[in-house]
Structures are given as structure tokens and as C-alpha cells.
Ligand binder design. Structure first.
Ligand code: AMP
Ligand code: ZN
Length: 145
């Protein structure tokens, strides 16, 4: 296990360590950006700090800052690639708030006018579609660095 991840049974730490797959958009020494496996809408992506922390109240402030900076860049990339009407930027703390993966993460969900709102998709995304979306977002993300 790397120094930056802590929980061996945490799926997001497994992704950070390369023990589980993900459709990566961007990474640096602090954060990782990848496609949500059950997208609530086309282009739904997650930003995580590489260092394990359960929720907002458990994460290094410098990591939080890196996540927030990346949220702006990812949102710009989503606007460029998907032309949504809006983008939901949100995160959940604790099971009672709806959190299901207990490694802090920020959701960025492109939204269209009039659609019913949801954070969790019902269907697993098609792997080829997610890979193509990650590649398009990665290109747009880099453009706005
Ligand atoms: P939350 O309810 O805020 O904890 O959201 C967890 C999110 O992680 C959900 O939107 C899931 O679809 C997503 N998710 C769970 N496992 C994976 C995975 N292996 N790769 C990508 N996204 C995942
Ligand atoms: Zn973790």
C-alpha cells in the first residue's frame, strides 16, 4: 500500500493504488479525478484526495483546497465537453447524509433543465463510453490548466 492511501478495504484507496480500475481524467501528487461508475448524468465525475480521509471533517485542509481547485477545472472541462445547463458540485458526509463510499470525494454532475435531481445513478456506465468521456474530459482539463 502506498504512503498516500490508508484503508486496504477502501475502494477509492484501491483505485489510487492501482489495485482497482478507474477511468481517470486527471491526477497529480494530491488528487485523482475519475468517472463515476454509476453516473447520475452523462459526464458525472469524482475528485478524491489520494490520502484517505473519511469525510470533509477528516481531510487535510491542503487536500481540500486541491479538490476545490480541481472542481473549477473539471467543471470548466464538463462545460466544454457536455454543454450542460448547470453543474452540481456536491459531497455527502455520513451514511445519514447519503454517503456510500467512506473516502472523501466531490461529485461534479452535469445537469440539464427540467431533469429530476439525483446524486446516484441506477445503472452502471458502459465501460467504453466512460473511457471515451474520460479521454475527452482529460483533453479539456489539460487545456484549462
Ligand atoms: P457517495 O454516495 O457520495 O459516497 O458516492 C459514492 C459514489 O461513488 C457513487 O456515485 C458511486 O457510483 C461511485 N462509485 C462507487 N464505486 C466506484 C468505483 N469503483 N469507481 C467509480 N465510482 C464508484
Ligand atoms: Zn480510502
Amino acid at each position: 500500500m502506498s504512503e498516500t492511501s490508508a484503508a486496504s478495504n477502501c475502494i477509492f484507496c484501491s483505485i489510487v493504488d492501482g489495485r482497482a480500475p478507474a477511468h481517470t481524467v486527471y491526477e497529480d501528487e494530491r488528487i485523482l479525478v475519475f468517472m463515476d461508475l454509476f453516473p447520475a448524468h452523462e459526464g458525472h465525475a469524482l475528485i478524491i484526495p489520494k490520502r484517505h480521509g473519511e469525510n470533509l471533517f477528516d481531510v487535510d485542509p491542503d487536500d481540500l483546497e486541491a479538490v476545490m481547485r480541481a472542481s473549477v477545472r473539471l467543471g470548466e472541462a464538463q462545460k466544454h465537453v457536455f454543454s450542460p445547463d448547470g453543474i452540481a458540485v456536491m459531497q455527502l458526509n455520513g451514511a445519514a447524509a447519503g454517503q456510500t463510499v467512506f473516502h472523501y470525494h466531490m461529485h461534479l454532475i452535469p445537469r440539464l433543465k427540467g431533469e429530476p435531481f439525483g446524486v446516484h445513478g441506477k445503472k452502471q456506465g458502459d465501460s467504453r463510453v466512460l473511457a471515451a468521456q474520460a479521454a475527452r474530459l482529460a483533453a479539456a482539463f489539460t487545456l484549462r490548466a
